[in-house]
Design a protein around this ligand. Structure first.
Ligand SMILES: Nc1ncnc2c1ncn2[C@@H]1O[C@H](COP(=O)(O)OP(=O)(O)OP(=O)(O)O)[C@@H](O)[C@H]1O
Length: 319
């Protein structure tokens, strides 16, 4: 678990805090995304977690331990770090790059070789084909994969990712997003992921933090961001999304709960509360009906959604 308590950062010779006093908690195994305007403090916040920057005020705890009381090298080895420019050493092979932290930790050769192959497989690269290549012999997407493998090599609990897919084309980006999601499900790492891409943030994050001028505007689930935006900035930030996109991120149960939709006689199969609204729309398209019943586990009716509810969503503050 990561606890950030009243943490702020003021750089020397500047007039304002890059990050104003900020508190939040990230649970172990959570995937957090951070979105925000350029220069809003996202990278600064993240770099305070692995002490690339020291906070001006406040304390960061990892599993209850004050990070200032930890040896900085030990701390950084426990936290994988992936950046946009992958940061691979050009004159080293893929295997040598991935093994960097394991070498520092003085693992034996056989264990390192095994771990290099394991992490290459985790990022969908065939070890036999890739371990002896150099970074310039890789595509941009493959370089990012190796960057992720390197961050995972010493099996850290936490992964910090700063716009890791920012320089990758849209098709490869979507694949990498699926892969990091898969890796997180397999390994249960705690991931903090900075991005400029709203879709990427909403797709990957269990929760998303929206940042502006060094201040968290809202740190919430996709449902809460769309249905209960904390302020106009959040609503406007998410407004660029079309309705079909919202239907992917808002869950049926949340809309029922938020609006307490009126009861109607159901005429088609129910939809589970944790399904996205896109599934509700599919149900309306498959069979003519006035409403769809939303059920919670185990099959308890929690409400009804009508086409009018979906239309009303278009007029909600952030839609
Ligand atoms: N080393 C530094 N010295 C002085 N000011 C800095 C330093 N690093 C960052 N800043 C300032 O702190 C603010 C926050 O920067 P930061 O890089 O955290 O923003 P960001 O949200 O990650 O931006 P972007 O999305 O453009 O990468 C900016 O105003 C930036 O100019």
């Amino acid at each position: 678990m990561i606890q950030v308590e009243n943490v702020s950062k003021r750089f020397p010779k500047t007039q304002a805090d890059a990050v104003q006093p900020t508190s939040f908690t990230v649970a172990a195994g959570e995937f957090i995304t951070i979105l925000g305007t350029s220069g809003s403090g996202k990278t600064t916040l993240m770099k305070m977690i692995n002490r690339l920057y020291e906070p001006t005020t406040g304390t960061i705890y990892i599993n209850g331990q004050d990070t200032r009381q930890m040896d900085v090298n030990v701390l950084r080895r426990r936290i994988g770090y992936v950046i946009q420019q992958h940061g691979l050493f050009e004159h080293w092979t893929v295997a040598q790059n991935i093994a960097t932290v394991c070498q520092i930790l003085k693992w034996d050769k056989a264990k390192i070789a095994q771990r290099v192959d394991e992490t290459l497989r985790l990022v969908q690269l065939d070890p036999d084909q890739y371990r002896n290549r150099h970074p310039h012999q890789l595509s941009g997407g493959e370089q990012q994969r190796v960057g992720i493998a390197r961050a995972l090599a010493a099996d850290p609990d936490i992964l910090l990712m700063d716009e890791p897919f920012g320089a990758v084309d849209a098709v490869n980006r979507a694949t990498l997003q699926d892969e990091i999601q898969q890796i997180q499900r397999q390994t249960h790492k705690t991931i903090i992921f900075v991005t400029h891409d709203i879709d990427e943030a909403l797709k990957l994050g269990d929760r998303t933090m929206l940042f502006r001028s060094g201040v968290i505007q809202q740190f919430a689930t996709q449902d809460e961001l769309f249905l209960q935006p904390a302020n106009d900035f959040v609503a406007d930030f998410l407004k660029v999304h079309d309705q079909v996109t919202q239907w992917r991120y808002i869950h049926a149960g949340s809309l029922v709960q938020t609006w307490q939709a009126a009861a109607h006689t159901p005429t088609i199969d129910p939809v589970a509360a944790d399904q996205p609204l896109a599934v509700v729309v599919e149900h309306f398209l498959k069979a003519p009906a006035t409403s769809v019943t939303v059920v919670d586990v185990p099959h308890q009716r929690c409400g009804e959604l009508t086409l009018a509810d979906l239309a009303r969503l278009a007029e909600a503050p952030s839609c």
